[in-house]
Write a protein that binds this ligand. Structure first.
Ligand SMILES: C[S@@+](CC[C@H](N)C(=O)[O-])C[C@H]1O[C@@H](n2cnc3c(N)ncnc32)[C@H](O)[C@@H]1O
Length: 247
């Protein structure tokens, strides 16, 4: 598995604050995501896999607040997986496993014990080149449902947004990230083609005002837009949607 050395998800470029803060203080979007999911798919006794689990913060929150049977977290970053395993051991959390794994690798051969009821992926589809491989990866695990939190747009347009962080004095790219925004209708059509025919959507909204230290950098903050609150990062409006698809 080779990760672009300029990617902000390469170990040498990781924003440790982003991943570690969440373990202690889960994001409002994480809490709302699981509330949404639990409303339609009661999580008690369920087995869940988190695709691109980062440092495991979302699964720690899930295990603490819902009575799950078993959880797995996959991420390509070995440092983040190590952090997740360390915390699991420290807190003696049972039935929670982490593995370093490329979630776009469709040749992945799954362990026979890996039989999740549901696959989730949080704030990850938008940072990948595209969502198709990951959703196929999820489908191959044969879950009853797939639920994601990602950036979507209502029209028939996919926005492929590459964010290049430049050096101050010349145009050399030091780090890269993506903030892709996908057509939600096309995403739904893709899910339906894979057999996930029942789809429920919720746009993430929060009354909490978000702040960032420097608006010229990337980082979420609240703005007023069309008479209500919206989230912006750099020049991009972040329309986060929860999309649950089941068989
Ligand atoms: C924006 S972070 C989100 C992490 C976590 N879901 C969260 O909500 O905090 C994106 C994550 O995707 C992981 N990632 C990116 N490409 C991946 C791939 N091909 N396979 C597995 N993980 C990947 C990165 O290592 C990073 O942890």
């Amino acid at each position: 598995m080779s990760v672009n050395s300029k990617s902000i998800y390469h170990t040498k470029n990781l924003d440790h604050d982003y991943f570690e803060k969440q373990i202690v203080h889960p994001y409002e979007s994480t809490k709302q995501f699981f509330k949404f999911l639990n409303k339609y798919k009661p999580l008690k006794n369920k087995k869940i896999i988190d695709l691109a689990c980062g440092s495991g913060a979302n699964l720690f929150y899930l295990k603490k607040n819902f009575d799950l049977k078993q959880c797995w977290g996959f991420d390509q970053n070995s440092y983040l997986i190590k952090t997740a395993k360390k915390f699991t051991k420290q807190k003696n959390i049972k039935s929670l496993n982490f593995k370093r794994q490329d979630i776009e690798d469709l040749n992945f051969i799954k362990d026979k014990d890996l039989r999740p009821d549901g696959a989730i992926s949080i704030q990850t589809l938008s940072i990948l080149n595209d969502y198709e491989k990951v959703i196929k990866f999820a489908k191959n695990l044969k879950p009853n449902f797939i639920c994601v939190n990602s950036l979507f747009w209502q029209g028939d347009i996919d926005f492929k947004i590459a964010v290049n962080f430049l050096k101050k004095n010349n145009r050399k790219t030091i780090k890269i990230n993506h903030y892709n925004i996908y057509s939600i209708q096309h995403y739904i059509k893709f899910l339906k083609k894979l057999g996930y025919k029942k789809v429920t959507i919720k746009k993430f909204k929060t009354k909490k005002r978000l702040h960032t230290k420097n608006k010229n950098l990337m980082g979420s903050y609240s703005i007023n837009l069309d008479g209500s609150s919206a989230i912006k990062s750099g020049p991009i409006i972040l329309d986060w949607y929860f999309v649950l698809a089941s068989k």
